[in-house]
Design a binder for this molecule. Structure first.
Ligand code: NAD
Length: 496
């Protein structure tokens, strides 16, 4: 008998009203059924939003430091359950244990960072232009927030959204990705154990087109925070636009690492391998283009191919494995399709480019680390997000050309340059069009206390993490207190 998991609505674990479920399977072994999860629809979403709306009336009045203390407790519980959650996560989404431990750690870091913010949550006081008048701005909560999240960071991303949302006094409905519902159940169990009041956080599982779309369109949802693909982001933004609803979007990337001729090649090699093939290339910040100065290109390419061919592929629960499977069959088909496109476009396949099926790994969605050479900047494999272990090498003759190539896509999330020339490093920091730039580090590795997000088609101008996330989850309210005892007319010409 398969385990049956539930939604969490109004403090209770409940099935979908329709009784329908969907399967969650291990991508390293599709015969391993993790469990059945509710395939929720409009009614379930309505119940969850009603519960969050009801809870908002009280939660918004809990002092922010108290809300922060509860989040601190959540952080401590996450720490206690870190190993258990990491194992659940690896089983349901495939990345290796070191990475799933890191994913949970980001949730812990976010909890502690956000808890401290409960004693800041600063507004401003400022001078008034009139005598005997006081002026200040404060942050107010927005209301019920819909949090719609992807599968590649099943703990980090929900917590990046949820903890700041709660700290600001909002309540929430979380709709996690269909491929990682079990991690979300663990998070809700921990929130319940930490004593987050009934209705403040609700969990609704289900398909994006059904549960996700119903949530984004719900009239009592005041804010949608979405992380996922650009295609779905556009749909959600349109739905929110029609209803003048606040929406924050964190979307795809086509991130590049530049290596200049003066760089430390061993360092650049480690960065490229980790950036391109960590999480099997399934990070929004993954390195999918490697822009190499022609003087070092032959040497670094040889080093890279030799190492990529040695990467140990397998089940992420095996500690010796370096890269796990892709998330599901459509993802593997998509990666393989892009490999064929790359070949047709005239790129040269140096290694990989095929499904990995060896021994006991025939039942998972494995794919070999793949490297293309002779890629030109306009090829589809250099422009479109593949979201798999496929790296495209582009040769350039100068620093200026490297920056132009890096900037030449629709996305602008993460970027990296390896150089020992300090002037070039500063020019790159200034001229690269991206939300994140690393110097002598790979494109992956964000820290929770700095803003996270991107420019161009990567989003709509918001930044998660850092202190910037509070601008997503709060409304600014300006307050004027007049203690002059008479009507002082502002906004007319008082100058005499
Ligand atoms: P996805 O867009 O397919 O799904 C994301 C979430 O949206 C899931 O919960 C899904 O069920 C839901 N959804 C799907 N259709 C919907 C609809 N019509 N209405 C409402 N909700 C809907 O993305 P994915 O495959 O889960 O994740 C991979 C994508 O996420 C990549 O493009 C990656 O770059 C991006 N990503 C971005 C960031 C970032 O911070 N910028 C971080 C991680 C992943």
């Amino acid at each position: 008998m398969a385990d049956r998991f539930k939604n969490f609505i109004d403090g209770k674990w409940v099935e979908a009203k329709s009784g329908k479920t969907f399967d969650n399977r291990n991508p390293a072994n599709r015969n391993d059924l993790i469990g059945l999860f509710p395939a929720s629809g409009q009614q379930d979403v309505d119940d969850a939003v009603r519960s969050a709306k009801h809870a908002f009336a009280k939660w918004r009045l809990v002092p922010a430091p108290k809300r922060g203390e509860m989040l601190y407790r959540v952080g401590e519980l996450l720490r206690q359950h870190k190993e258990e959650i990491a194992r659940i996560m690896t089983r349901e989404m495939g990345k290796i244990l070191k990475e799933t431990r890191g994913d949970v750690q980001e949730g812990i870091d976010t909890a502690f960072y956000t808890a401290g913010e409960g004693r800041r949550l600063f507004g401003e006081t400022t001078a008034s232009e009139l005598p005997d008048k006081f002026a200040m701005s404060v942050r107010a909560p927005v209301g019920v927030c819909a949090l719609i999240t992807p599968w590649n960071f099943p703990m980090a991303i929900p917590t990046w959204k949820l903890f700041p949302a709660l700290l600001c006094g909002n309540t929430a409905v979380l709709k996690p990705a269909e491929d990682t519902p079990h991690t979300a159940v663990k998070l809700l169990e921990i929130l319940e154990e930490a004593g987050i009041p009934v209705g403040v956080v609700n969990l609704v599982h289900g398909r994006g087109e059904e549960a996700g779309a119903a949530l984004a369109r719900h009239s009592d949802v005041k804010l949608v925070s979405f992380t996922g693909s650009a295609a779905v982001g556009r749909e959600i933004a349109s739905a929110c636009g029609e209803n003048l609803k606040r929406v924050s979007l964190e979307l795809g990337g086509k991130n590049a690492q530049i290596v200049m001729e003066d760089a430390d090649l061993n360092l650049a090699l480690e960065g490229a391998l980790w950036g391109a093939f960590g999480t099997t290339g399934q990070r929004c910040t993954a390195t999918s283009r490697l822009i190499l100065h022609r003087d070092i290109k032959p040497k670094l390419t040889d080093m890279l191919v030799a190492r990529a061919e040695k990467i140990k592929i397998g089940d992420g629960l095996d500690e010796s494995v370096e890269t796990g499977p892709l998330i599901n069959q459509p993802a593997r088909e998509k990666v393989h399709r892009y490999v064929q496109i790359g070949k047709q476009e005239g790129a040269r396949l140096l290694t990989g480019g095929e499904i990995y099926e060896a021994g006991k790994w025939i039942d998972g969605y494995f794919y070999r680390p793949t490297i293309f050479d002779q890629v030109t900047p306009s090829m589809r494999i250099a422009q479109e997000e593949i979201f798999g272990p496929v790296l495209s090498i582009i040769e350039v003759k100068s620093f200026e050309e490297a920056i132009e190539v890096l900037n030449g896509t629709a996305y602008g999330l993460s970027s990296s340059i390896y150089t020992n020339d300090v002037a070039r490093a500063f020019r790159a920091m200034r001229d690269i069009e991206a939300g994140i730039t690393y110097v002598n580090g790979p494109t992956i590795g964000a820290e929770v206390h700095l803003p996270f997000g991107g420019v161009k088609d990567t989003g709509n101008g918001h930044r998660e993490a850092g202190t910037t996330v509070y601008d997503i989850f709060s409304e600014w309210k300006s307050i004027y207190v007049d203690y002059s005892g008479k009507l002082q007319k502002a906004q007319i010409d008082n100058a005499e």
